[in-house]
Design a protein around this ligand. Structure first.
Ligand SMILES: Nc1ncnc2c1ncn2[C@@H]1O[C@H](COP(=O)(O)OP(=O)(O)OP(=O)(O)O)[C@@H](O)[C@H]1O
Ligand SMILES: [Mg+2]
Length: 350
């Protein structure tokens, strides 16, 4: 039972406990007292009534204090101690409570918060490690070539030229990595204050599909689309950001294709209170174990393949962040068309 119901009930009980028997007791005293006894012991009667009421009030107060101590003060003290001891490096066992009231909810929220904190910390470490790895690889190559140029005095002009070009290519790659990273962090900051507008799901779907149909045909690729959205199904979105999500998904489909006849499938439907959007392809796809990792920052499936394609592993992380800022969710699955499928949903406006 919620505290907002428990506490008023408790006070009602206290009221009934004091007032009801109190009135009954006084009434009995008055009816059983003879005029003579009342004349002789009026103060005794008062004393008895006052004593009874004081005793009852005291008893109820003690019960109330014990009850409040165990139901409110103690759990809050425990939470306070835990808050003091929050440590992002060393997770402590989660606070357990079988209570279904506000305190139980508070404990659950605290556990969720601690969990998110640890995940964010792990992601941060992973992000730094991945960034260091991505920067280290081209830097090692540059270092190797510079050393060669400095040590080998008998290199031909042609060899020197080749090395300079490779160094230039690697420095450009580093610059690209840094640019991608800074635009990702810029997006994250922008997301903090985005403006949302109501948009018809059907209209958004059809506009995007029409645009990418033309774009993909430029690469000789095909887009197959269908939806079951109807009129007046609105979603609250920042169009620019949602377009960026579609942009990332379509660019991935084109980038990770292993054949000439790439086909992308875009579909949309409403389920429950959400509008669902799916982008699937018949390309390379990913392994089972990689599916849940795709949305982590800097995650790329195959490093050697990425170097060729130039991806940094931030596209899907950015999609996740944008969709979650819209109150939606995103996941990846094996498409029945053979490649990767990405599904995201956005809440419909009521
Ligand atoms: N449609 C797809 N088919 C196969 N693999 C994919 C597909 N989309 C993404 N992936 C895999 O998921 C990884 C993460 O994708 P993500 O878009 O986050 O990063 P990226 O494309 O490598 O780089 P960025 O988008 O930052 O330029 C990719 O490196 C790729 O290995
Ligand atoms: Mg990408």
């Amino acid at each position: 039972m919620k505290l907002k119901i428990k506490l008023p009930l408790l006070f009602l009980l206290v009221f009934v406990l004091i007032i009801f028997p109190g009135t009954l007791f006084i009434k009995t005293l008055i009816t059983t007292a003879t005029p003579k006894s009342l004349r002789i012991f009026p103060s005794l009667l008062h004393f008895e009534v006052i004593f009874y009421l004081l005793f009852l009030t005291g008893l109820v107060f003690v019960i109330l204090a014990i009850y409040l101590h165990f139901t409110i003060t103690k759990p809050l003290q425990l939470l306070n101690t835990r808050l003091n001891g929050v440590n992002i490096r060393r997770p402590i066992s989660s606070l357990s409570s079988r209570r279904k009231d506000e305190i139980g909810e508070l404990y659950n929220h605290f556990n969720d918060m601690e969990d998110r904190l640890h995940r964010a910390h792990k992601e941060q470490i992973g992000m730094i490690a991945a960034m260091a790895h991505d920067l280290k690889t081209p830097l090692t190559t540059i270092n190797g070539f510079v050393e060669l140029l400095a040590m080998q005095k008998n290199l031909s002009e042609r060899e020197k030229q080749e090395f300079y070009e490779l160094i230039l290519k690697k420095t450009k790659h580093i610059a690209e990595l840094i640019n991608a990273f800074s635009s990702f962090t810029k997006d994250e900051l922008e997301l903090e204050a985005i403006n949302m507008k109501s948009y018809e799901a059907r209209k958004l779907f059809e506009n995007i599909a029409a645009e990418y149909e033309i774009e993909l045909s430029g690469f000789n690729f095909e887009l197959d689309w269908n939806h079951t959205f109807t009129a007046n199904q609105h979603i609250l979105i920042n169009e620019h950001m949602i377009r960026r999500v579609f942009g990332n998904l379509f660019s991935n489909a084109v980038r990770y294709v292993d054949k000439r006849d790439l086909k992308v499938y875009m579909s949309g439907y409403v389920q429950g209170n959400n509008a669902y959007f799916l982008v699937e392809d018949n390309g390379l796809g990913v392994l089972d174990k990689e599916l849940p990792l795709l949305f982590l920052k800097f995650f790329t499936v195959d490093k050697s393949r990425q170097n060729k394609s130039g991806g940094m592993g931030l596209g899907l992380a950015s999609c996740k962040s944008i969709i979650e800022h819209h109150g939606g969710g995103i996941d990846a699955f094996h498409s029945s068309y053979g490649g990767l499928g990405i599904r995201f949903y956005l809440p419909l406006m009521k």
